[in-house]
Design a protein around this ligand. Structure first.
Ligand SMILES: NC(=O)c1ccc[n+]([C@@H]2O[C@H](COP(=O)([O-])OP(=O)(O)OC[C@H]3O[C@@H](n4cnc5c(N)ncnc54)[C@H](O)[C@@H]3O)[C@@H](O)[C@H]2O)c1
Ligand SMILES: O=P(O)(O)OC[C@H](O)CO
Length: 342
């Protein structure tokens, strides 16, 4: 296959490396938005800024620059385009691909913040809703699941989920990436996969904070399980199937991100517990932590649908500086008793 990966951050680079190493012998181009970054990666054969220590396979081609500097000409020849920007860059990238017949997969995990577009809709959108506005005829889907870039790039065993309502798009994602160290499962529940991938980032901030405050392992397990319950409540209200939330993009990614110290979202929570401001925490990461940007929009969608998401509500209050950690704990523990399955 001919594969173009747009976005040379940690995850785009890891996925491009993995596809280039696939025994099927794909031709893979990694497209950085900055031509100088592409040149630096090409001469060092490493993405020193976003994925240091991982040699780029000889077969992987590095390109970069504005889309009119070759990207738009290359797309029609591709069999799959993978968009690896953060959610904030998804709309603009999909607008470039509007009209293309090539299957497109996005890797970002979050909901679009209203401020990204200035659009008049009342709340932030899920990635597939952004696609419907930006490139309505695109054949597309999401690639998600528990996957730290560093581990995928090192070839450590990983399982992903390829979500699309279009069977051919699911197959293109599986064909591009399924291999000896990467299992890619198909799922047609795009809403469920996107909700799981977005909300786990918010919940990982909560567990990072709880762990940083030494609230204990019981608290962490409670946040993960009750966090999954509120994720599923929102997802089902948005049209997802409940069983998706026990799958790779639900339970799988939540456990990984909430407990794995490679997570940037978890790190934000740990840094906030250390007393850093949100701005300092985000600055010190050097990478995107989508939970910071999508907590508010997840909460807006939940409110709009009348869905109770108490942990997300606390994270929103904490990130906005309206709630102190001790107040958040008191708010969660002080809720009225209720049935577990409600
Ligand atoms: N890193 C991981 O382990 C991992 C795994 C799975 C999914 N993801 C998701 O993939 C997405 C990208 O994450 P990452 O780890 O590569 O981030 P990163 O911070 O390592 O890199 C971000 C990349 O996006 C580019 N970028 C930033 N803002 C942009 C914009 N507005 N438009 C276009 N490009 C922009 C940057 O130049 C950089 O190349 C996120 O949504 C993240 O949640 C990451
Ligand atoms: O580092 P995080 O918190 O953005 O998480 C990375 C991946 O989404 C884990 O699956």
């Amino acid at each position: 296959m001919k594969i173009i990966v747009i976005g040379a951050g940690a995850w785009g680079t890891a996925v491009a490396v993995s596809a280039a190493r696939n025994p099927a012998g794909h031709q893979v181009v990694l497209w950085a938005r900055d031509a100088a970054q592409a040149e630096a990666m090409d001469s060092a054969r490493e993405n020193a800024r976003y994925l240091p220590g991982i040699p780029l396979p000889r077969e992987l081609q590095l390109r970069g620059g504005a889309p009119d500097q070759g990207l738009q000409d290359a797309v029609p020849q591709a069999d799959l385009v993978i968009v690896a920007t953060p959610v904030a860059g998804l709309r603009a990238t999909l607008e470039l691909l509007r009209g293309s017949e090539v299957p497109v997969a996005w890797l970002c995990k979050g909901f679009e913040a209203v401020r990204d577009t200035g659009a008049a809709h009342a709340f932030g959108l899920m990635p597939h809703e952004v696609q419907r506005q930006a490139a309505p005829h695109l054949r597309s889907g999401a690639l998600s699941g528990p996957s730290f870039a560093q581990e995928v790039a090192r070839g450590q065993p990983t399982a992903l989920v390829a979500a699309s309502r279009d069977t051919d798009v699911r197959h293109a994602m599986v064909e591009a990436l399924h291999g000896p160290t990467l299992r890619v499962y198909g799922n047609d529940d795009l809403v469920g996969v996107e909700v799981g991938g977005a909300v786990k980032n918010v919940l990982a901030i909560a567990t990072g904070l709880a762990d940083g405050l030494n609230l204990g392992l019981n608290a962490r397990a409670a946040l993960i399980t009750r966090g999954l319950a509120e994720t599923a409540r929102l997802g089902v209200a948005l049209g997802a199937r409940p069983e998706t939330f026990t799958g790779l993009s639900g339970l799988g990614d939540l456990v990984l991100t909430a407990t794995g110290d490679l997570s940037r979202n978890r790190k934000v929570g740990l840094l906030l517990a250390d007393g850093l401001s949100l701005e300092q925490a985000v600055q010190s990461l050097g990478h995107v932590a989508e939970g910071v940007y999508c907590a508010q929009t997840v909460w807006q969608r939940a409110q709009h649908l009348g869905i109770d998401m108490p942990i997300t509500e606390c994270v929103v209050g904490l990130l906005a500086g309206e709630l102190k950690p001790v107040e958040a704990v008191a708010a969660l523990m002080g809720r009225d008793p209720k049935g577990e399955l409600l």
